[in-house]
Design a protein. Structure first.
Length: 202
């Protein structure tokens, strides 16, 4: 009679089993959710603690777009990068206003005010766009990587132009000029840093 040699397999660690059982989509959603929950309160903290003009950057839509870009560049698979941005920024908007309610004792009506609704609409548009751009940073095609990095820099350049335009309309402000200068510098530095990071990962 044939006897089959059955070898006992070593028991698997519970964490290892959970990592294999978790889906890529679940990991992306978790990453985007955690990042959104952190971005809102940290943005509020930076606004109240950083000196000007650096505090202006904390209230910068370009910085929030850059966070969506960074998360999109790190999630896998890259096809989920737009979803990551879509989840991240709306959660960040609500976590920002919730932190303001807790820390500054703002009214809870700010959580569903017209201003919050406007920012949520912007977040739903900007989040996927820059999440997708971040995913493009990992493309095997050089042209796609350069275009993705250029998007990350262009948003700072556009905001710098907007800041200067508002400053000119208001009669000029040294604070606005300094903020615009910082954003122009970031418009150059961010794409270079992004491309360097992508090259190292490849």
């Amino acid at each position: 009679m044939d006897r089959t040699d059955v070898r006992a397999r070593p028991p698997q660690h519970p964490i290892a089993r959970s990592r294999r059982s978790s889906s890529p989509a679940g990991r992306v959603l978790t990453t985007a959710t955690v990042a959104g929950l952190l971005l809102g309160p940290l943005d509020l903290l930076a606004q109240t603690t950083l000196p000007y003009p650096w505090a202006n950057l904390a209230n910068s839509a370009a910085v929030w777009a850059l966070v969506a870009f960074a998360v999109g560049a790190t999630v896998r698979p890259a096809a989920m990068s737009a979803v990551a941005g879509l989840v991240l920024l709306p959660i960040a908007v609500e976590s920002y206003y919730l932190a303001a309610v807790v820390v500054r004792h703002d009214s809870t009506t700010t959580l569903w005010s017209a201003t919050t609704g406007l920012w949520l609409v912007i977040a739903v548009v900007v989040g996927p766009l820059f999440g997708l751009a971040g995913g493009g940073l990992c493309s095997s095609r050089r042209a796609v990587r350069f275009a993705a990095a250029a998007c990350a820099g262009a948003v700072f350049l556009l905001e710098a132009v907007s800041v200067l335009g508002r400053s000119h309309a208001a009669g000029g402000s040294d604070d606005s000029g300094q903020t615009a200068a910082i954003e122009i510098a970031l418009a150059v530095a961010v794409p270079l840093i992004a491309l360097a990071a992508a090259r190292r990962r490849r």
